[in-house]
Design a protein around this ligand. Structure first.
Ligand code: CUA
Length: 164
């Protein structure tokens, strides 16, 4: 079957475009370690004391591996005593080169978790546990921001992650 010259050109262009999109996806996945956030499990917001959220804070899970178990509520992130004093924006410390897995749920309304300069953007829905794992390779202080409007003091809902 003979292909018209222009048909061949367009087929090649479309094939090349799809190929480059696939390559970009693979680069994001394999080199930049970008993953979609995962819905981990359901949880009863009225009964958090019998769940992993009874023990909030930073957990060391292995060499350079940490879990951050955090509760979002109007209008503060609660990372337990590892985050500092209750009721004030938490400060979480991890060593440089750590891979941190966030487990976050909400006590009341929908909140968000966004970390400055890092590829994490979670929607925190009451009744669900949001999970995402990200590497922290550069030292510095990065704000954890609630990026879902959650009421009167939404703009004051934040925390800090310090990569040492
Ligand atoms: Cu919590 Cu906005």
């Amino acid at each position: 079957m003979a292909l018209d010259k222009y048909e061949r050109v367009w087929l090649t262009a479309v094939g090349g475009l799809i190929g480059s999109f696939m390559a970009a996806l693979m680069v994001a996945y394999l080199i930049f370690d970008i993953r979609l956030p995962t819905f981990e499990a359901r949880v009863d917001p009225a009964n958090l004391n019998s769940t992993m959220f009874a023990d909030l804070g930073v957990k060391k899970r292995g060499e350079n591996k940490y879990d951050v178990v955090m509760l979002a509520k109007m209008w503060v992130f609660d990372a337990g005593k590892d985050g500092g004093n209750p009721g004030v924006p938490p400060v979480i410390r991890v060593p440089r080169g750590s891979r941190v897995t966030f487990y976050v749920t909400s006590l009341d309304v929908t909140h968000g978790v966004y970390v400055e300069d890092h590829s994490i953007n979670l929607e925190i829905v009451p009744g669900q546990i949001a999970r995402q794992s990200i590497p922290f390779n550069r030292p510095g202080e990065f704000r954890i921001i609630c990026n879902q409007y959650c009421g009167a003091a939404h703009q004051g809902m934040y925390g800090t992650i310090v990569v040492e």
